[in-house]
Design a binder for this molecule. Structure first.
Ligand SMILES: CC(=O)N[C@@H](CC(=O)O)C(=O)O
Ligand SMILES: [Zn+2]
Length: 313
């Protein structure tokens, strides 16, 4: 990327991949990618090679999140360079293979854009996941999608926290874009969630086609929710949870949580209150996949980012 007169110039985004089944039980992405693998007409755009790809076929076959380890945490430098072949965990081997096909991560040969399709059991609605506040291409894309989806809501979750960010499958691309749509139970297809994911991707591909045609996108501001911390369930000495998400918080993703508000309810009916120092915006509330990760919800802060103008180099 180069820039002068404050316009960021990016090379044409020609190589684009659409990942489904990074988690084998998140059915919208699995179904859409299988659909587009059979008939890719819908994802074709002038000058764009959009490759639909099932990232974790073994987990899809078993309809489970992963078989050995979470593929969406596996793309660390250690894993991608680990020797050892078949005695590595399946998802580590798979990450190395994906990195060979769509990466190498961080190299000029890497794919331009990877869309990674996820579902959540939380009541998050349509969410785009951004990994860097400095990625002006992605900021402009997300602004375009948000405007195209309006008046329907499409929020941006930004996870660039030095300790809490993780090495995702999509991170092998120059511009990683997470799509997170819920609520949808694991292993279940809900038509409204399926269609919402399909529409988000349509707008994203339209943006790429316009960009590649030389359209200049002027400077804009994008509201994002920056990841602050993960909050775990209250647990006993053996690590068992002793409370659940409070009824006043359940399904209230993205709504303000103030100090003193109810957060958890113990099994014998006591209320545990949020003790933070200021208002936060919780999300991924009671996500089924995060019990094993000791995460009941994440807190975010609302922030407005400025995206510079972009144009094809
Ligand atoms: C529920 C779920 O799988 N969410 C994704 C979020 C992401 O793609 O960053 C994950 O935990 O990997
Ligand atoms: Zn997922």
């Amino acid at each position: 990327m180069s820039s002068y007169n404050n316009t960021a110039r990016f090379s044409e985004a020609r190589r684009v991949a659409i990942f489904g089944g990074t988690h084998g039980n998140e059915m919208s992405g699995v179904t859409l990618v299988n659909l587009w693998t059979k008939n890719g007409t819908e994802i074709q755009r002038k000058g764009v090679e959009a490759v639909p790809f099932i990232t974790n076929p073994k987990a899809v076959e078993k309809c489970t999140r992963y078989v050995d380890t979470d593929l969406n945490r596996a793309f660390t430098p250690e894993n991608l360079s680990a020797p050892g072949g078949n005695d590595l965990p399946y998802e580590v081997l798979r990450a190395q293979e994906i990195n060979r096909i769509f990466g190498p991560k961080g190299s000029p040969e890497a794919y331009d854009v990877i869309f990674d399709l996820h579902n959540t059991t939380s009541n998050m609605g349509c969410t785009l996941i951004l990994e860097s506040s400095k990625d002006h291409f992605n900021l402009q894309m997300m602004n375009y999608i948000k405007k195209a989806m309006a008046p329907a809501s499409c929020l941006v979750l930004m996870n660039e926290h030095p300790l809490l960010k993780y090495s995702t499958s999509r991170s092998v691309a120059k511009h990683p874009v997470g799509l997170e749509v819920g609520p949808q139970p694991q292993g279940v297809l809900r038509s409204n969630i399926f269609e919402a994911m399909r529409v988000i991707l349509k707008h994203a591909l339209d943006f790429i086609e316009l960009f590649n045609e030389g359209v200049e996108f002027p400077p804009c501001t994008v509201e994002v929710f920056r990841v602050l911390e993960w909050i775990d369930y209250p647990r006993d000495a053996n690590g068992n949870i002793i409370a659940m998400v409070h009824p006043n918080l359940q399904d209230c993703d993205w709504e303000p949580l103030n100090p003193g508000d109810p957060m958890f309810q113990t099994f014998d009916g006591k209320t545990i209150h949020y003790q933070g120092s200021g208002t936060v915006y919780p999300t991924f509330i009671n996500e089924a996949a995060y019990y094993e990760k000791q995460q009941a919800f994440i807190t975010t802060r609302r922030e407005t980012l400025v995206a510079s103008a972009i144009i094809k180099a």
